[in-house]
Design a protein around this ligand. Structure first.
Ligand code: NAD
Length: 336
């Protein structure tokens, strides 16, 4: 079965391409390389001794996308391509809405033209806003607190409208919690362009001496150590969750919505301690004011995903840090 993966050279995209190949799927990769390097795909090719067709294109460019659909018989699409920084989305809402919504519209319109009916979408736990109860179940009301999360909510609604009204469509919406870690091989991992936005790349760059110290946003939350609690999930567990979801949705027309997390919360200080243990390096940090829009605690109720996908995240925090550290030490300059 041939799967088009948008955003295939990005962090989660490249790990999912690896798991798709591992599971015997054929992959056609597209990305505009605004936030990634083609080297990630070359590393996956090296890992599996295979060739993966790649097209450098912006998915908002429908005529370029059509050429890819014309050339390959695409049976399903996994859609990762998008801009993902909450802070940047507040500064650049026009770009975020245009890219995230425009890219999805374009993909769906081309899929429709080519009668391709299986679609998996990367959503985010940020669609839950500040949830009223923890762990977070899929059926609680959604509320975005920034342009990024609102773009995800709008896309989810658009997709459900499109897929509910058409025959034989199979839609999966996967809401990721906090993906971290890297492939066991140390060949692929997270390689942010500038100063990292996410905790683990920041911590590992402090550990390796690239950045002087870690700034922790908020030490006065109502949590046992005062720092925010999140549900960290190994990126390989997340990637395998996509394979399971694809296998479930392609069996029959449906709209599936599932949280992908571990169901366990760890504080920022827990992560710092685990990373210090793994790396044997001290992580200097300063606690500063809370960041606007951040919430105290977020972790998933994974019962629905465990049941419908027959899937469970297996890696623990220590292993996630070990794999992130291996990636960092083997690739101190990322893919370059
Ligand atoms: N990493 C996270 O913490 C996280 C959490 C929840 C949801 N997500 C979602 O998962 C998806 C993948 O995230 P990631 O961490 O791999 O990000 P990433 O930035 O590493 O990957 C996204 C890829 O999409 C590409 N891209 C962006 N706009 C494009 C366009 N218009 N046309 C073609 N390519 C385009 C980028 O070049 C990049 O390679 C995103 O949609 C993101 O919102 C990520």
């Amino acid at each position: 079965m041939k799967i088009l993966v948008s955003g295939a050279t990005g962090y989660i995209g490249s790990h999912t391409v690896a798991e798709l190949i591992n599971a015997g799927f054929k992959v056609v990769a597209v990305d505009n390389l605004t936030n990634s390097s083609l080297e990630s795909l070359k590393r996956v090719e090296k890992l599996f001794k295979c060739k993966i067709p790649f097209y450098r294109l912006d998915i908002r460019n429908k005529s370029a996308l059509k050429k890819v659909f014309d050339k390959h018989s695409i049976e399903a699409v996994i859609h990762f391509a998008g801009l993902k920084s909450v802070n940047e989305s507040i500064l650049k809402p026009v770009e975020y809405y245009n890219n995230n919504l425009g890219g999805t519209f374009s993909l769906i319109e081309v899929m429709k033209e080519f009668n391709c009916k299986i679609f998996l979408f990367s959503s985010s736990a940020s669609v839950y806003g500040n949830p009223q109860s923890i762990p977070i179940k899929e059926n609680v009301p959604l509320s975005g607190s920034n342009p990024y999360s609102r773009s995800k909510i709008m896309i989810e609604q658009y997709l459900q409208d499109v897929f509910n009204t058409s025959d034989n469509y199979c839609l999966g919406i996967l809401r990721y919690f906090n993906p971290i870690g890297a492939h066991k091989s140390g060949l692929i991992g997270e390689d942010p362009n500038d100063i990292p936005n996410n905790l683990i790349p920041f911590v590992s760059q402090v550990a390796i001496g690239k950045i002087k110290k870690l700034y922790i946003f908020g030490g006065d939350y109502e949590t046992p150590d005062g720092t925010g609690i999140r549900d960290y999930i190994h990126v390989v567990d997340l990637a395998i969750g996509h394979i399971k979801a694809l296998q479930v949705i392609m069996k029959k027309p449906q709209v599936l919505i599932a949280n992908l997390g571990t169901g366990k919360g760890h504080s920022v200080l827990d992560v710092v301690k685990a990373f210090e243990k793994t790396s044997g390096r001290k992580i200097p940090f300063t606690i500063v004011d809370r960041r606007q829009g951040d919430i105290a605690i977020s972790y998933a109720d994974c019962n629905h995903a465990n049941k419908v996908l027959n899937w469970k995240a297996k890696y623990k925090l220590d292993e996630m840090c070990e794999d992130a550290w291996r990636w960092q030490t083997l690739n101190p300059k990322g893919y370059n």
